[in-house]
Design a protein around this ligand. Structure first.
Ligand code: GLC
Length: 421
């Protein structure tokens, strides 16, 4: 186990190593571009020692915002043949070559946190306010099903291959996908990555979007994949609450924000699967819940909904593996402890979950999760994700968001507990 000061030093070195000047790559090789929510976590990591760099990370992300308000999940600043699918496959239509889908909107919340720590940067936060509103409006216009927020591609949720997609994917025949060569499995062993079956469907959905010129109105009616998701709904709801705080501070109107909050509070109920006793995904096309307790289910407190509804599930799952929160319930038949979002622990999800728990007054659980994640990282390093049974590092190494959440939250030296602020 490395001591905390050594970990702090390593974490800073990882951020520096993955810094491409104004933006950070998640890890060299496997993910050589700017990813949306990865960058926002990176900003919080930088904030611990370089505030200016923290702000510029988010500013660079918003430079890729599309005219319709969407902020892409990947910005391809400099083409790298080591990653597939690249800008030519996506055919993004924004100011910077990009993907055509978005990612969990945590930025509003993190901008508020940055400003709380760095009040002198109010002009920078203000300059981001309108772009943030435009992005939220895009979600509320195109991805709003009765206040539950839907995705048109699994990658949009950031939980690429979780078992929630198994049902919707079984209904998709990936016709017309040209032969392709995966690059991810040249960086990471196959059993820690999604299967070929899933990849065929990921690419099929990219093809449908690209062929439509990423026409949201058209996709809303036609795409076979339209699933309401807790990551999106809960992060957008949370971020909207934080945008409201910013709006009040900046003397901006709040009625639209109030409306969105009320809609999403109601929409969160659509994700409540009473039979399974959990928040989960809701497949709009099939008209049914997906029935999986995932780490996204535990973002309920972060969103400020649900009260104590998920506490029993949380305690049950926390007791099943040495390290938690596993991305899929270990009691679910699809659980695989090493395969990406089908089981492994993700440190940045833990930070969001602990934040929500702490804010909701469940401080013992928040503290215990913080300490569990601290032990996980200090024993196993800054991996992309970890096997919950023994903490074995998996996926990419020297990973930006794991380093960032160490510095911002898990480190006993530099970490902060956002809920205590
Ligand atoms: C994978 C993850 C996603 C992340 C990206 C870059 O696609 O599932 O959440 O943003 O890698 O790290």
């Amino acid at each position: 186990m490395a001591d905390a000061t050594t970990c702090d030093r390593e974490a800073r070195a990882i951020l520096a190593k993955n810094d491409r000047g104004g933006y950070t790559v998640p890890t060299a090789g496997l993910y050589p571009y700017q990813w949306n929510w990865d960058s926002v976590f990176a900003a919080l990591g930088f904030a611990e020692h370089d505030m200016d760099r923290a702000w510029s990370e988010i500013e660079t992300l918003f430079r890729g915002q599309w005219p319709n308000g969407m902020v892409p999940h990947i910005l391809f600043h400099q083409v790298d043949p080591g990653y597939f699918p690249g800008p030519d496959v996506w055919g993004g239509v924004g100011p910077i070559p990009s993907s055509g889908i978005s990612q969990p909107p945590i930025a509003g919340t993190f901008v508020r946190w940055l400003l709380d720590r760095n009040p002198g940067a109010q002009p920078r936060a203000r300059a981001l306010f309108k772009p943030l509103m435009d992005w939220h409006r895009w979600f509320m216009t195109w991805r709003n099903e009765g206040g539950a927020i839907v995705v048109t591609h699994p990658w949009e949720t950031g939980r690429d291959n979780c078992p929630d997609w198994d049902g919707p994917f079984a209904a998709i025949e990936p016709e017309g996908v040209e032969q392709y060569y995966r690059r991810d499995t040249t960086h990471v062993v196959e059993e820690e990555r999604p299967r070929r079956y899933d990849y065929d469907r990921y690419l099929y959905l990219v093809k449908l979007g690209a062929e439509s010129g990423w026409d949201e109105a058209y996709l809303k009616d036609t795409t076979p994949f339209r699933v309401a998701d807790p990551t999106m709904t809960f992060t957008l709801l949370r971020s909207t609450r934080d945008l409201k705080v910013l709006a009040e501070r900046f003397g901006e109107p709040v009625d639209e924000l109030d409306r969105w909050i009320a809609e999403m509070e109601e929409g969160s109920e659509r994700l409540w699967n009473a039979e399974a006793g959990t928040y989960d995904c809701y497949d709009i096309r099939a008209g049914k819940h997906t029935g999986v307790v995932s780490n996204a289910s535990f973002l309920t407190w972060y969103a400020g909904v649900g009260g104590g509804r998920m506490l029993d599930q949380f305690d049950r799952i926390a007791g099943l593996t040495k390290y938690y929160v596993p991305s899929t319930d270990p009691a679910h038949p699809a659980y695989e402890p090493k395969r990406y979002w089908r089981g492994p622990v993700w440190a940045m999800m833990n930070m969001l979950i602990a934040t929500g728990l702490g804010e909701a007054g469940h401080t013992d659980r928040a503290q215990a999760l913080t300490e569990n994640t601290r032990a996980l990282i200090s024993k196993n390093g800054f991996a992309e994700y970890f096997d919950p049974t023994n903490g074995a590092p998996a996926g990419g190494r020297d990973f930006t968001w794991t380093a960032a959440v160490w510095l911002a939250w898990a480190s006993p030296n530099t970490g902060k507990t956002p809920w205590a602020a």
